[in-house]
Every structure is written in structure tokens, then in C-alpha cells.
Ligand binder design. Structure first.
Ligand SMILES: [Zn+2]
Length: 214
């Protein structure tokens, strides 16, 4: 057993970003998922006494709660530190090629891609790595790419206190590549443009920036 957590009664967000009360600690979640995942493996006819398989239910449960779905828990939301824009930088800032590992909420298989995020600083700039952390936080949920794009944009707008924000995500969906239609070439591109990025010049400038290294 895990050492017990003290996060009982924590606030949790659902995939829509709405807060729902959640009485389970991480330890309880892991124990319950472990139990149910063992059931799934058993139903599939896998031998849970096999040396290689017996640890799988617990491994999967820990991975779900602590890693790939950790973004369902508000406590894991990164603090977005702002710094005074003392150098009066007033041009677009682009953080591109941010690695995205998420999971499709319809099939629970990976979405793998890149996010490109841009904003115009006003009085404050944001710590660069915080943009990556914000992307990771929202990616670590069962997702659809459209919602992920909107949530990243929204999170950044809230942190900055204004709307001059753009997000583009291009991603492969393994549920499309490895099953169903089995298309390994298609990519899904989603975008969110607000504030200044609604203007053609700024939007085109941003799109040119992220097109450079393809
Ligand atoms: Zn899917």
C-alpha cells in the first residue's frame, strides 16, 4: 500500500474545466483503478499471475492518477508566474513546438503533437517554461484537441489578464492512425486566436513564425 495522502476532499476539475467535488485521495483512486484494471485484463484472458503482467494493474493505476491524467486535479495546475515587463517588450512572443502528449477521451489512446503559443506582453511577461507547463497540465486529461486548444488559450488569458493570445496545435491521434480508418498521415490542426490575433497581420506573422521550421 501507498503511504496515505492528505488530499481528501480536494477540489477536482472535470474535462470541461468545471469543478466537481472529489472525496477520493490519490491512494484510493489508485487502489480502485488497480482493482478494475485487473478485472479488464482478466476478462481479456490475460494471466495475472504471470511475472511480467502481475504488476500491470498497479502500474497503470499509478500512471493514470499521478501522470497522464494528473491534469484532472486542480492541485496540479501550475502557478503562472508573471514578471514586470521592465524592458517594455511590446512585440509578439512565440513559444513554439511545445510537445503535447495527451489522450483521446473517446478511445483512451494517445494524442501526440506540438503546440505553438503566442501572446503580446502588456505590463507583464510570463515565465517561458510556465507556458509549457500550462500546455502539459491541460494535456494530462482525457481530451479532445478542440477543447485542449481552448483551455490553453483560456488559461493563458486568465494569467495575463488580457486577450492577446494565440494557440495552434497540430497532432496525430492514435485512434485514427492505428485503428478504425488507419490513416497514419493525417494530422489534426486546431487554432484559437483572440485579441490582436484576430487581425490578419498579427495572425499571419504568428503563422509564419511557426511555419519556419517545418
Ligand atoms: Zn479517439
Amino acid at each position: 500500500m501507498e503511504k496515505s495522502d492528505t488530499n481528501l476532499g480536494e477540489v477536482l476539475v472535470n474535462s470541461m474545466g468545471e469543478q466537481v467535488s472529489q472525496a477520493l485521495s490519490d491512494t484510493e483512486k489508485i487502489e480502485r483503478i488497480q482493482y478494475h484494471f485487473a478485472e479488464i485484463m482478466d476478462i481479456l484472458g490475460l494471466d495475472l499471475t504471470d511475472d511480467s503482467l502481475k504488476g500491470t494493474p498497479k502500474r497503470v493505476a499509478k500512471m493514470y492518477v499521478k501522470e497522464i491524467f494528473s491534469g484532472l486535479q486542480e492541485k496540479n495546475k501550475p502557478e503562472l508566474t508573471l514578471f514586470e515587463n521592465t524592458y517594455h517588450y511590446d512585440r509578439m512572443l512565440v513559444e513554439k513546438d511545445i510537445t503535447v502528449y495527451s489522450n483521446c477521451e473517446h478511445h483512451f489512446v494517445p494524442i501526440i503533437g506540438r503546440a505553438h503559443v503566442a501572446y503580446f506582453p502588456h505590463d507583464h511577461v510570463i515565465g517561458l517554461s510556465k507556458i509549457n507547463r500550462l500546455v502539459q497540465y491541460y494535456a494530462k486529461r482525457p481530451q479532445v484537441q478542440e477543447r485542449l486548444t481552448v483551455q490553453i488559450a483560456q488559461g493563458l488569458k486568465e494569467a495575463l489578464g488580457h486577450d492577446d493570445v494565440a494557440v495552434v496545435i497540430e497532432a496525430d491521434h492514435l485512434c485514427v492512425a492505428s485503428r478504425g480508418i488507419k490513416d497514419t498521415n493525417s494530422k489534426t490542426v486546431t487554432e484559437s486566436f483572440s485579441g490582436k490575433f484576430k487581425l490578419d497581420t498579427y495572425r499571419e506573422n504568428f503563422l509564419a513564425q511557426i511555419a519556419n521550421n517545418k
